[in-house]
Ligand binder design. Sequence first.
Ligand code: FAD
Length: 482
Amino acid sequence: MLCYCYCACNALSRLSDQDWSGHRSREVHHLCTCINEQCAQPRAGTMASSPWWKKLVETPVDLAQAFQRSADATKLDWLVVGGGPCGTCAVGALLQRGGASVGWVSKTPWEAMGWLGDFGEVPANTRNDRLVAAFESVDAFDFAAAQKRRGAAGLAAAPPAATAPLRLSLDALLDASAAMRAGGRLGLARDGVLVHSLVRRDDGWDAECGVGDVVCRATRVLLATGGAPREASPELRAALEARGVFVIDLPLALAPDEATKRAEATIDALACAVRGVRVAVIGGAHSGMLAAKNCAARGADVCVYDLAGEPRYAEERDGWIKRDGTGLKGAVAAWTRTAVGTSIGYETLDAAADPESVAARLAADGAEAIVYAAGFAPAAPPDVFVPGTNTRDYAEDVVQVDFPETAGRRGALYGGSIFGAGLAYPEVWTDPDGDAEPRVGFVGHYLAHLGRIFDAADEAEAPPAKKKKKREKKRARAASDA
Ligand SMILES: Cc1cc2nc3c(=O)[nH]c(=O)nc-3n(C[C@H](O)[C@H](O)[C@H](O)COP(=O)(O)OP(=O)(O)OC[C@H]3O[C@@H](n4cnc5c(N)ncnc54)[C@H](O)[C@@H]3O)c2cc1C
C-alpha cells in the first residue's frame, strides 16, 4: 500500500481524548490520512474510545481520489494563507511585482479582515498620512478610486497628521481585498478554507484543507495566519472565580459599541458589567490601556497591572519612531498621560506568575473583575510534512516541522519556500539605539517586510545573471525609499 500517512503517531498516542479538542489540525489530519495498516490500530488505552477515532475507522478515504486531486490541483508560484491585513498586503505586494501566479485563501470570511473586522471603533495608532502613503504605493489596491467612492468618510479625507478610528483603515483594507479578488489577476481566491497542512511534493507544497482535499500546489507559501489575544489560563480563571472575581471579555472591553451592536442589544453591555465595579486590567500596552479607558468611561474604578512599573510611550525621533510597535500612541497615549495617577491606578505585576498568587494579589487589592489584555498568541500554523526523508522506519518517514516564533527580516520559516509575516511571524526590528522589538502594525511596516521577503525569495531562485539585476533593482529601490 502506498504510504499516505504523515501523522506523528507517537505524539498522537500521548494525547488524551480531552486534548483532542485543542489539536484541531492533528485531529483533522488523523481523520483524513491515517489510512494504512501501520496506523490502523489505536494504541492500547489511548484513542480507542475517541469519537474521532471511531469516525476515522468508519469513514475510509479513497486514496486513488486523494492522489488524483493532488495531481489535478491548481499550480501556483505563490500561495498566501490568511485574509487579514498582512495577507491583503502580501497579495498586493506580489501583484505589484508581477510575473508570478498568486493564490489566496483564508479561513475566515474576506469581510472579517482577519481579527480586525470587529474593532472599527478602536482608535488607530498609526498616523493617517503614513497609512495613506502605504495604501497608495500598491496599484492593485485601487486606493484612489475606492477613496473617491467613500468621499468625506474615507481615510484620504482624514486630517493627515492625526490618527483616526480603525474603521477608516479597515474600510481601505476591505476595498483593497475586494479589488484584488475582483480583478481576475489571482489564480485562486477562496475564503472559508482552513489550510491544515502543507505536504512537500517534488514541485512545491500541496495545501490541504480536508480529507486528502488539496486546495492547490504552490512553489512558495506565505503564512499570514495572524493570531488572537492571549486569554487568562484556566488555572487563573479558577483561582479568580474562587475569590468571586469575574473575567470580562477583551473584545467587549475594546470595542463595546460594536459588541453591543453585534448582540443586537439596546443597552451598553460593558457599562452593565463594570459600572461601580473595581476592575483590574492586566496589561498596559495599547489594548490594555484602551480597555482601561472604556471601563473608566463607564464608571469603573480601574487599576492597570503590568510587568513594567509605568506606561511606555512611542516617541517620534528624527525619521524613525522609538517603541513604534510596542509603545502607546495616538488617542490612547494622550488619555493615558492624563489618567494614570489621577483617575486610574497603575501597579507592577507579573501576570504569568503562579495563578494562585496573582489571584490572591488582585483580590487583596479589591478587584471584583478583570480584563486580560496581555498580548497576542499566534494562530496554530498548518502542519508541515516532508515525506520520504527517512525510509528506514515508516513511523519516521515523515518529518513534522516546527516553526520559529518570529520570521526575521527575510521571513524564512522553512526550506527557502515557506515564509511568514504579520502578527503570527512579526519581523523583529532593531532601532538605531540598538533596542529590538517585534513590528506588528499594518500596511507600511507589513509592506516593507514583505518586500524584503519577496526580494530574498526571488534572489534565492534567480540564476546568477538575473540575481545581479535583482540586486541592482533592490539597491535602486532602497535608495528611492531612503
Ligand atoms: C484593537 C486593535 C487595534 C489595533 N490598532 C492598530 C493600529 O492602529 N495600527 C496598526 O498598525 N496595527 C494595529 N493593530 C494591529 C493589527 O491589527 C494587527 O497587526 C493585524 O490585524 C494583524 O494582521 P494579520 O493579517 O497578521 O493577522 P489577522 O488579522 O489575525 O489575520 C489572519 C488571517 O489568517 C487566517 N488564517 C489563520 N490560520 C489559517 C489557516 N490555517 N488557513 C487559512 N487561513 C488562516 C485567519 O482566518 C485570518 O483571516 C491593532 C490590533 C487590534 C486588535
